[in-house]
Design a protein. Structure first.
Length: 90
């Protein structure tokens, strides 16, 4: 069962440090320079619908994650952002 969960995380990045004004489109466009982005989401507060300052990006090719991690620093909307590989929740 854990192998299925781990499979969902392959090619996926957690992206922290996002500016409150960063949109999903901006996030997708930024990471598209590293490969084809198949999913992109910015997490929002359920009550206020404001950005929580982090999101997730998933690449079609999992090797793109390594390229992103080897390329630093990352700056989006005037802020240094912190992409990290996703790990399955225990």
């Amino acid at each position: 069962m854990n192998s299925n969960l781990a499979g969902d995380e392959v090619g996926k990045l957690f992206v922290g440090g996002l500016d409150w004004s960063t949109t999903q489109e901006t996030l997708r466009n930024y990471f598209s320079q590293y490969g084809e982005v198949v999913d992109c989401v910015i997490m929002k507060d359920k009550t206020t619908n404001q950005s929580r300052g982090f999101g997730f990006v998933k690449f079609k090719d999992p090797n793109c994650v390594r390229t992103v991690l080897e390329t630093k620093p990352h700056n989006l909307d005037g802020r240094n952002i912190d992409p990290k590989p996703c790990t399955p929740r225990e």
